[in-house]
Design a protein. Structure first.
Length: 318
């Protein structure tokens, strides 16, 4: 990334604690406490997709600081190949870029956030944002947990992209030289075009290795065949909800009818249906009643939190 991309950014060329403190809205002493705390995150399990997955949810104080850093990191001109973490872009627009039935290569970066290490993060703050070493170390400790970017934090998405951008930019240059369409959605890398061959994929793998990242699920699909890109089934120019996603939605709807559903699981299902409805409007009929149910649950929760605590049953009645 060029220095000019960060010129004027509030985190650019930070070289004293007072300025950093003003930027993040906390005193220098409190920032040091947060950076050294071992109690900044709550380990939870949340439904992402159809499985329960571990998530490191930041607590309120560190979350507020990370949100400020995340907003600052988003104040850049995003490259056209990026479809995650951007307004107006999604997994659906990522898939749409590869319509037409041309040859397709796909690669996933393995355990992506685990590869966004403290060393890489600190190097980004020092080299790209040109922060002083002390400020870069403090920012790194505020943005990482157990030596890496935490899943579940608002800052991890934009931070991971900036750390990985040199790799992505080189892959974009390779793609343009071969007239191949390249897109990124978090850790999913997709390439389509006449020259998206196994030989091209081998060049992609070598670049990934040179940048010291690891990958898996590297595949090539010949032209004309149906393929799934970020959960969307592509058949020529047509986009459809993939059979696996349809099955997961059906399973979640069945659970909804037979058992109590917690707020998080309902939100996940609503998110699934909203994504499906953006591809196939027939899912709107299932989505809208669940959105109303979710709003009612939120209203009940807010009303319950405003109620007075129950009266002590041992107290005297009038």
């Amino acid at each position: 990334m060029q220095v000019s991309d960060f010129a004027g950014n509030p985190l650019f060329q930070l070289n004293d604690r007072i300025r950093l403190s003003q930027c993040l809205g906390e005193s220098p002493r409190q920032l040091r406490r947060l950076a050294c705390s071992l109690n900044n995150y709550v380990n939870l399990e949340r439904y992402t997709g159809h499985k329960l997955r571990p998530v490191e949810a930041p607590r309120t104080r560190i979350s507020a600081v990370q949100s400020i850093i995340a907003d600052a990191l988003r104040r850049v001109s995003w490259p056209d190949y990026l479809h995650s973490g951007r307004r107006g872009r999604s997994h659906v627009t990522n898939a749409a870029a590869h319509r037409g039935g041309a040859s397709l290569c796909q690669v996933d970066l393995r355990s992506y956030y685990w590869q966004i290490t403290t060393a890489r993060v600190q190097r980004f703050f020092m080299d790209d944002l040109q922060c002083a070493p002390e400020e870069a170390r403090l920012l790194t400790r505020l943005c990482t947990n157990d030596g890496r970017a935490p899943a579940g934090s608002r800052v991890s998405g934009p931070l991971a992209f900036h750390v990985t951008r040199p790799l992505f930019d080189e892959l974009q240059a390779l793609s343009m030289a071969h007239r191949v369409v390249f897109t990124v959605f978090v850790d999913d890398l997709c390439f389509s075009g006449k020259e998206a061959t196994r030989g091209f994929l081998w060049s992609v793998k070598k670049i990934i290795h040179r940048h010291a990242f690891s990958y898996h699920h590297a595949t090539c699909s010949p032209s004309g065949r149906p393929r799934t890109v970020t959960g969307v089934l592509l058949i020529g120019d047509r986009m459809m909800v993939s059979p696996s996603e349809t099955r997961r939605i059906t399973e979640e709807l069945a659970v909804l009818k037979t058992a109590d559903t917690d707020d998080q699981r309902l939100r996940t299902l609503v998110g699934r249906l909203a994504a499906a409805a953006s591809i196939d409007r027939r899912y709107l009929g299932l989505l809208r009643p669940l959105q109303q149910r979710l709003r009612r649950m939120k209203s009940w929760s807010e009303r319950g939190s405003r109620e007075l605590p129950p009266r002590n049953p041992c107290s005297k009645t009038s």
